[in-house]
Ligand binder design. Structure first.
Ligand SMILES: *[C@@H]1O[C@H](CO)[C@@H](O)[C@H](O)[C@H]1NC(C)=O
Length: 271
């Protein structure tokens, strides 16, 4: 390990001395790792949605620059002084490029090179072009009334942050995946939740409506009359609950004795 590090240092030193006088060398430290890997391109990487504008430049360029050269991901080379006018232009005094109306073919590595009579600086920018998301639909979120610490997943999008506004409540900013944990589900959280989502590569936030419904626990009882056999089928259930029904007791108002109703159980008379 130590010998490897030493070898790398020697290699850097040799390259540094060969290039001295030709190209300005820069100090290499571990905290400069992105610069070592990406050169002088700004930004190093950029995710952008189709139709947006991309700005890129060199963080260091030649004084008395003679030329600023752009190489596109497909290998086309342009001098910044003679860029095709349709989508490209210079936006900065250094070596820079603005690309309007980005499309998917713009994905890839863009190279910029600034040169004067004695020096040359190169950097590259990795551009990832993604499709735009125009809207997001999802079914209502259903919670059980009184549920403790329910987790609400508000989108399945790969968002960087979101701003969530519950009904009758202030907004809260969530960084990373758009998820909210409530203390307890109550009727107060029921309604339309307004969610603004920050997506990578898109400047304007995406607006999403999520409907939240809070279902109260409720008894579902009744009977079905079987007129052929002149029998009554009794049933009982608890809706919107995590509880399990262990027994049901039915009683006729005219009788002292009730009926222990269980699924599949009959005594021949009662079922
Ligand atoms: C070229 O640019 C470098 C770096 O900015 C600078 O040090 C050098 O003096 C420039 N050369 C000329 C001839 O202007």
């Amino acid at each position: 390990m130590i010998s490897k590090v030493f070898a790398i240092c020697v290699a850097i030193y040799i390259i540094g001395s060969i290039q001295n006088g030709l190209v300005q060398s820069f100090e290499i430290q571990l905290k400069n790792l992105p610069r070592m890997q990406q050169g002088l391109g700004w930004p190093h990487t950029l995710t952008v949605v189709v139709g947006h504008v991309v700005l890129m430049k060199l963080t260091k360029s030649a004084i008395n620059q003679n030329s600023c050269e752009v190489i596109t991901p497909s290998g086309q080379t342009f001098a910044s002084s003679s860029l095709p006018k349709d989508r490209y232009e210079v936006w900065d005094t250094s070596c820079s490029l603005r690309i309007r109306n980005v499309h998917s073919a713009d994905s890839g590595r863009w190279r910029l090179t600034s040169t004067n009579t004695t020096h040359s600086f190169t950097g590259w920018i990795e551009v990832y072009v993604e499709d735009d998301i125009k809207s997001y639909q999802a079914p209502p979120i259903s919670l059980l009334d009184g549920e403790q610490h329910p987790d609400l997943d508000l989108t399945s999008l790969d968002n960087s942050y979101c701003l969530v506004t519950q009904p009758f409540s202030q907004s809260s900013l969530v960084s990373g995946h758009c998820r909210v944990t409530l203390d307890k589900a109550t009727r107060a959280v029921q309604g339309n939740w307004n969610v603004l989502v920050g997506l990578p590569g898109r400047v304007t936030e995406l607006h999403i409506d999520r409907h939240v419904q809070v279902e109260a626990e409720r008894l579902d009882v009744g009977y079905a009359h079987d007129s052929n056999n002149n029998k009554i089928h009794l049933y009982c259930n608890i809706l919107h609950t995590a509880k399990i029904v262990t027994f049901c007791r039915f009683q006729k108002t005219t009788n002292d004795v009730g009926y222990n109703v269980m699924e599949g159980l009959s005594d021949g008379l009662h079922r």
